[in-house]
Design a protein around this ligand. Structure first.
Ligand SMILES: [Zn+2]
Length: 285
């Protein structure tokens, strides 16, 4: 999978046909409206008038999953949460960016007159299922355009500078590919409390927590040695100084100064103690 912007293909780039999209890697399938997998997320979608339930407001899109149509575009069967349909839920949970391409048969107000156009990165902020216009059930997604200039995440390369958190109505934690790798190592179980949060659709959810914060003024690196796999509660506790880690990786309650546990650590996951000490120092521990 290749998430994020494709080098030399900035938003606004136009393409004469689907083959041209495939050739540069913006949308790597000539027929399918979505490119993705249930295990990794969905990297790109095309809006081209294929589903009458789609709603395109420009910066906000309500998109329909794939499948269940007859040859005339009528919805005749229920869709299911599989392949790219489920992948969109993974993208939502991971905060992975989705490339949006509009074609000439899409909503006239926002679509090119001919051919196809790459329109930038969107975040999936909600997914659900409901009855379609024709009756059978469909998978649904709400996407919003991400304003911030997104750095390439192509091919799992470590992005520098790291992506910022998108400013949308919902809390979108956009993990880097490094963070996704650490979470996978722990099977999405929190290194502090050992719990795995499971969302509807059997999506395991955890957050990649950078020990020394990314960005100015802290300049923490986006490397596995600086990333923990945490549940949202323990992520916030660590970020806000409610808990901290000793050099022995004991977890300490900052209020009582009692050791409340030990950080779980995978043998292949080295944790850089200088970053652990840096975070302690931020809160004066
Ligand atoms: Zn936890």
């Amino acid at each position: 999978m290749a998430f994020g912007e494709i080098p030399n293909q900035p938003p606004g780039t136009t393409y004469p046909n689907r083959a041209a999209l495939v050739a540069v890697g913006v949308h790597r399938n000539r027929q399918a409206g979505m490119v993705g997998g249930a295990d990794r997320g969905t990297e790109s979608i095309v809006l081209n008038g294929g589903y009458r339930d789609d709603r395109d407001l420009g910066d906000e899109i309500t998109y329909t999953g794939y499948g269940g149509q007859d040859g005339t575009g009528r919805q005749v069967r229920d869709q299911s949460w599989e392949q790219a349909n489920q992948g969109m839920r993974v993208s939502e949970a991971e905060g992975l960016p989705v490339r949006v391409i509009r074609g000439w048969k899409g909503e006239p107000a926002f679509s090119p007159v001919g051919g196809f156009r790459y329109d930038g990165l969107y975040a999936v902020i909600r997914s659900w299922e409901e009855a379609s216009f024709d009756g059978p059930r469909i998978c649904r997604y709400q996407l919003v355009k991400t304003d911030d200039a997104q750095v390439p995440l192509t091919g799992g390369a470590a992005p520098t500078p790291p992506p910022r958190v998108a400013s949308t109505v919902m809390r979108v934690v956009r993990d880097t590919m490094v963070a996704v790798g650490v979470k996978t190592l722990y099977d999405y179980k929190c290194q502090v409390c050992d719990r795995q949060l499971v969302l509807p659709g059997r999506i395991a959810y955890a957050e990649g927590a950078h020990i020394r914060p990314l960005g100015l003024p802290h300049q923490g690196p986006d490397v596995p040695e600086n990333v923990l796999c945490l549940c949202p509660n323990d992520h916030v506790r660590l970020d806000k100084g409610a808990i901290f880690l000793t050099d022995e990786l004991d977890v300490v309650d900052a209020e009582t100064l009692e050791v409340i546990g030990r950080l779980r650590r995978h043998p292949n996951h080295h944790i850089d103690r200088t970053h652990v000490a840096y975070l302690r120092g931020m809160f004066g521990y």
